[in-house]
Design a protein around this ligand. Structure first.
Ligand code: ADP
Ligand code: TMP
Ligand code: ASP
Length: 239
């Protein structure tokens, strides 16, 4: 499968058309961004670890019955995916309070929440990805009622599946963001699940092993992603 035209260049990935009209090549770049693109850096090898990390998680979720856009890994930095009509929405689940919710609600950092908290955000960097409700989504026509219900159910199910997976490697899944899209009217998990879009803390030391290392200038970003991958038994190829 060959890349034909670049159709999307986001902050960390690029999408290319292929000779199959409904399939795209998703290329994971080394580019890393935070704070809605205000902090940027290329971190050598991040694209490769994220591509293979994402494939491992997508395949694990598929095996547990979650429908995803992932088809197959093509090489160290590229995967083949179905071309979706994306919802302009980010779905976040939090098991502990940290990051934006602490700034918003004045919550103590690290507080364990009584139940996993689901939140929708509008995918709009210029507006700083604002928190939105189901009512905003319906009024602005960003998704339908059934889509909203499905996105919540699937995201909370992903949380249950991945909390168990990470915990078995002594990692706490603190929170994460996922995106969805439609393929022939069917709702599929899209985009990526990597340490760029979630928070993972060591169960013993609570050390951060995710993109907060980049956001907070803690260093060893790619090294930490590799440590997580190793703990989960992934065999990351660097080439
Ligand atoms: P961002 O848009 O946040 O800067 P990326 O650099 O990760 O993010 O770019 C990837 C883009 O591709 C995102 O806009 C995402 O919504 C979109 N995308 C992810 N998966 C698919 C898919 N299967 N079909 C179409 N678009 C997708
Ligand atoms: P937040 O605390 O900044 O709202 O982030 C919650 C989780 O969602 C965290 O794991 C990071 C992830 N996230 C992204 O991956 N991209 C985003 O644009 C946002 C807002 C959050
Ligand atoms: N994903 C957003 C960005 O790249 C927000 C973040 O991760 O802090 O800027």
């Amino acid at each position: 499968m060959k890349k034909i035209n670049e159709i999307t260049t986001g902050k960390a990935k690029s999408l290319y058309t292929t000779d199959v009209s409904d399939q795209l090549i998703m290329h994971f770049r080394d580019d890393t961004s935070a704070f809605d693109g205000k902090k940027k850096e290329a971190l050598l090898g991040k694209g490769a670890v994220n591509n293979q990390f994402n494939a491992f998680i997508m395949e694990h979720l598929e095996a547990k019955g979650v429908n995803t856009h992932h088809i197959e890994v093509l090489n160290s930095t590229d995967s083949l995916v179905y071309k979706l009509e994306m919802f302009p929405i980010e779905c976040v689940v939090r098991n502990r309070a940290t990051g934006s919710i602490c700034r918003r609600l004045g919550t103590k950092d690290g507080l364990i929440l009584d139940t996993p908290l689901f939140e929708f955000f509008l995918k709009d960097d210029e507006l700083g990805d604002p928190l939105i409700t189901d009512e905003h989504i319906l009024s602005f026509g960003w998704a339908g009622e059934e889509d909203i219900k499905e996105m919540k159910e699937i995201t909370l199910n992903i949380n249950t599946i991945l909390c168990e997976l990470f915990l078995s490697s002594n990692l706490i899944l603190v929170d994460f963001k996922v995106e969805f899209g439609l393929f022939d009217g069917k709702l599929l998990l899209a985009d990526e699940f990597t340490p760029d879009g979630c928070r993972l803390w060591d169960t013993e030391t609570l050390a951060k092993m995710d993109k907060d290392r980049f956001r907070q200038g803690l260093g060893d970003v790619v090294e930490s992603y590799h440590q997580v991958a190793d703990r989960l038994g992934m065999n990351i190829k660097l080439d």
